[in-house]
Design a binder for this molecule. Structure first.
Ligand SMILES: *Cc1c(COP(=O)(O)O)cnc(C)c1O
Length: 449
């Protein structure tokens, strides 16, 4: 180890060639194996003497990689899949080879500078002031938690007498909000959305006021979702933002999936109100063509976030001199990969227009998919897609029919579309974030329904 021998050189060529091949060709969909099946194929790979690079690579390429579903396959429409651009993936190789440290300005200024420009683009699109800023964290779950911790810290300063705290959000809010509440040991005040699944400011305000009149627990943050994961619904950001401001509450916008669409001038008007946010998140690994894992977390007032999240220790205080911008200080983490760099590179290289085009292309496929589903005699759209999630039901099917269909679809290597549910009933959904997904892919899937 730690010697660049001719064997390393040869292995490097193989690894790069494998990576290029993976980037160039349509990936196979592949699928999971059981731990027993994997063990009988590769045995115990950790040995005292090592397998050697060649053999370890062979184990990966011939067995392990094939037991991982390709999230960038054009007919993988599950959950929210991923579609990194070639440039973003290529630059991930550079990041991996460069031992960059993204926690502090002192160690990573060049990388942090670039990441900050990418964050600035997102912040400007959302209409936050120039003083806004933040950090790329691992994912939306960490982004939401880090933002909510700052929100509560601010509330504690405003209302020092309060001992019991609550987060207000829609019943349709993402599961990571409940996870954050659990970690923070706070309660959740759920607010029913309207008949279209949108959280409205008027009902949010009313429910919060009633809550405050009936208990000593106090709401410290009101959350709107800009693109729900299940159906792609955008809450009434303006109304909810105003309800938050009127009550002096932190307004957080969870746009992990949907706020990516700010990149398209055509879609941007859907997010009016996001400019009121005290914090927001968007995951470039979802719909902004970046590899896993990267969530952009932006604060209106990063100074406040810094005062809450900075870790203090004798060996760290040197980093705090002259007010340097240390990404570690803006979320719950210390050591960090410069995970925003692949996104930055692709954005810098292609320019923002290419992002708008790619976004519009995926929206057009979603629109056509919705049209085809509406026209299909056995399928029923749940709602007109507001973003690129198209959700529907199959007439006459029960839960086991959906499950069987989904399993067969993967087994036949046609697509990956696990069933979801809506109001307790099974549904199917296409989450279209991949510009490689074409109308013929939609047709191929619909032909199996
Ligand atoms: C995906 C998602 C999250 C969680 O993001 P991760 O990156 O998976 O942690 C949060 N909120 C919404 C609306 C999401 O779609």
């Amino acid at each position: 180890m730690h010697e660049f021998t001719p064997e390393v050189e040869a292995l490097a060529a193989e690894i790069l060639s494998y990576s290029l091949h993976r980037l160039k060709s349509d990936p196979p969909l592949d699928g999971p194996l059981t731990a027993d099946e994997l063990f009988s194929a590769v045995g115990n790979t950790i040995t005292a003497k090592g397998l050697g690079g060649q053999e370890a690579l062979e184990v990966f390429t011939s067995v392990l990689a094939k037991a991982c579903i390709s999230t960038d396959h054009p007919r993988n429409l599950a959950f929210i899949p991923s579609a990194p651009s070639e440039y973003a993936n290529l630059f991930d190789l550079v990041v991996g080879a460069s031992a960059l440290y993204g926690g502090s300005w002192q160690e990573g200024s060049g990388a942090v500078f670039a990441e900050n420009q990418a964050l600035r683009w997102l912040s400007d699109l959302a209409g936050l002031p120039k003083s806004a800023g933040g950090v790329f964290v691992q994912g939306g779950t960490m982004g939401n938690l880090s933002a909510l911790v700052v929100a509560r810290a601010q509330a504690r300063m405003k209302w020092p007498e309060v001992t019991s705290w609550s987060i207000a959000c829609s019943e349709e809010a993402h599961s990571s909000i409940a996870a954050a509440a659990h970690v923070m040991d706070v309660d959740i005040l759920h607010i029913a959305p309207d008949e279209f699944g949108k959280l409205r400011g008027e009902s949010a305000g009313r429910v919060i006021d009633e809550f405050h009149a009936s208990t000593t627990s106090r709401v410290f943050a009101l959350i709107a979702t800009a693109g729900t994961t299940n159906l792609g619904i955008i809450d009434d950001l303006k109304g909810v933002g105003e309800a938050a401001k009127e009550r002096d509450l932190w307004f957080h916008v969870d746009g992990a999936y949907g706020l990516a669409a700010l990149a398209s001038p055509k879609l941007k008007p859907k997010f009016v109100g996001v400019e009121m946010a005290d914090s927001f998140i968007v995951d470039p690994h979802k719909w902004l063509f970046a590899p896993f894992d990267a969530c952009a977390l932006i604060y209106r007032n990063p100074e406040l976030a810094r005062s809450v999240h900075t870790q203090h220790a004798s060996y760290l205080d040197t980093l705090q001199e002259d007010g340097a911008w240390n990404p570690s200080d803006y979320a719950i983490h210390l050591t960090r990969r410069t995970r925003g760099l692949p996104f930055w590179f692709s954005l810098a290289a292609h320019g923002t227009d290419a992002y708008a085009e790619a976004m519009d292309a995926t929206m057009e496929i979603a629109r056509q998919a919705a049209e085809k589903i509406s026209a299909h005699p056995d399928l029923e759209l749940i709602c007109q897609p507001e973003l690129s999630v198209v959700a529907f039901t199959r007439r006459g099917w029960g839960p086991s029919d959906y499950q069987k269909w989904s399993e067969a679809l993967l087994k036949d290597q046609i697509g990956f579309i696990p069933p979801s549910s809506h109001h307790g009933k099974p549904i199917l959904r296409f989450a279209i974030v991949n510009p490689w997904t074409k109308v013929r892919d939609i047709d191929e899937i619909l032909a199996t329904l």
